[in-house]
Design a binder for this molecule. Sequence first.
Ligand SMILES: C[S@@+](CC[C@H](N)C(=O)[O-])C[C@H]1O[C@@H](n2cnc3c(N)ncnc32)[C@H](O)[C@@H]1O
Length: 209
Amino acid sequence: MRRFLLLSHRVPPSGSFTLNDLAGGAGRMDEIARAVSTAFTLSNDLRRDTEVAVLFVAEAPPAARRIEMAGARLRHLNPDERSTAALLKNALVGSVRYPADFESSPGLRVGPVDPLPYLAEFLRRPGAIWLSEDGGPLAAWAAPAGELAAVVSDPYDPGSEERAALLASGVPKLSVGPRSLRTSQVIDAVHRELDLREATGGPAAQNAA
Ligand SMILES: C[S@@+](CC[C@H](N)C(=O)[O-])C[C@H]1O[C@@H](n2cnc3c(N)ncnc32)[C@H](O)[C@@H]1O
């Protein structure tokens, strides 16, 4: 299973933003939507072996929210950014009226979250890694039994408490390349690396020559 945990620092957890200003007043919801779309979509299919959780931490509990999506059951995820943003917004708005866990649409659960314990639990999953520009090479990392649980941030770096939790977990900090990339580009690079390994039976680097 490939799991991604996205840290969303500025999207209003109440979903109170307009779809017409995703990169502005919506706190970079454009990038979250693009990252979700990139994590799941193939040319003409969805990645059924992928799960994505988004932590919306712009407000502290009880307002903070998390959305969990499972590729095996996900429906209504279209390839465009705006409709993906709408799917997530609908879940967040519904969660204000009904502040317990529920399935907002097939394969998509939403609910309140205490972000730091959730992050700490995610980091205990098999194959947990922290994706960061200044990490060691992902290509040299061996995924235990093909499991991946990757933490990636939105356009804003992890906050001090998140950073402390990431450091305390002891998980490897890994980079997909020397440049600082967009969140969605990082997810693309991770999928490509793991796709190549699955196709060739070994680390992509060994097969590049
Ligand atoms: C747009 S970057 C964050 C902003 C960036 N630190 C900056 O100020 O230029 C979004 C996130 O993608 C991940 N990321 C970006 N480039 C990466 C790379 N080369 N390798 C691994 N992760 C990367 C990190 O999790 C980062 O926080």
